[in-house]
Design a protein around this ligand. Structure first.
Ligand code: FES
Length: 267
């Protein structure tokens, strides 16, 4: 984990209010794992708390880190005004990340990646790493957007990609769970699958329901629920099943953001 000053190489708006930022951050890019995040600081002493942003891609050879964020408050509003060349303070990589080795187990026949909204960007890094590690294993990627997809083609090299959007602007009209049901991706064959997901709570809940019906292991990233990203705001509690079976409220930023699907207790 590094606390560093990094340079913005490029910023572009992918869709209204959704921005992609490329950073020159060699050490973080070298250490990053899919599912981890960074804490980014605004260059304004009146805004002390950092903003946690998931890592969309990391190129250790070029030393480039790609982040995608939505403008949802003062801090991200300021980020969106920064131009190439601006220096920023960053802490990371933070969090546990997705366990890649689970997908490689011999009896696992299929890998599913499911992202909704701002839960999609971390799936790109994960898709690439899984594809590189297990080139023979089929990967199916389901992305759910509000409207026109703002990141889609980048996934093409890594698996079969399905998009859904609320308004039918591209792909399936409906949410990502509807799309998966429509595609009948799960059959009653007891093929073991591993599913990685990040997105809104209703999406995760639906996946949990499938998990009990099919031979499936799931891993959820709860990063969308985070505030400060480092334990200072108490803004990220989740009810989690502990190893002894008890249920406890714990901070997502400290323990996660990735958890076994069955250990997350949604209200
Ligand atoms: Fe602030 Fe976890 S995000 S305490």
């Amino acid at each position: 984990m590094f606390y560093d000053e990094v340079k913005i190489l490029e910023q572009k708006e992918l869709a209204p209010g959704i921005w992609q930022m490329e950073l020159e951050a060699p050490e973080v890019a070298r250490q990053a794992k899919p599912g981890q995040f960074v804490n980014l600081y605004v260059n304004d002493p009146s805004m002390l708390l950092p903003r946690p942003i998931s890592i969309c891609e990391a190129d250790p050879e070029k030393g480039i880190l790609t982040l995608i964020y939505a403008v949802v408050g003062k801090g991200t509003e300021v980020f969106a005004t920064y131009e190439a060349g601006t220096m920023l303070r960053l802490m990371g990589p933070l969090g546990n990340g997705f366990p890649l080795e689970r997908g490689g187990e011999e009896d696992v026949r299929e890998l599913f990646l499911v992202g909704g909204g701002l839960g999609i960007p971390p799936m790109l890094f994960l898709a690439r790493k899984l594809h590189e590690k297990y080139p023979e294993k089929p990967i199916r990627i389901f992305n759910g957007f509000r409207s026109t997809p703002w990141i889609e083609e980048a996934f093409y090299p890594y698996g079969e990609v399905f998009s859904a959007s609320d308004d039918g602007a591209s792909g399936f009209m409906g949410n990502v769970i509807d799309a998966m049901e429509y595609k009948r991706i799960f059959t009653d064959e007891k093929i073991k699958a591993v599913l990685y997901a990040c997105g809104p709570i209703p999406m995760m809940k639906a996946i949990q329901n499938w998990q009990t019906a099919y031979n499936m292991e799931s891993w959820f990233s709860l990063e969308e629920r985070m505030g400060c990203g480092f334990g200072a705001c108490a803004g990220c509690p989740a009810n989690l099943r502990m190893p002894d079976g008890s249920i406890m409220k714990k901070g997502v930023c400290k323990l996660g953001p990735v958890f076994p699907g069955e250990d997350v207790i949604f209200q």
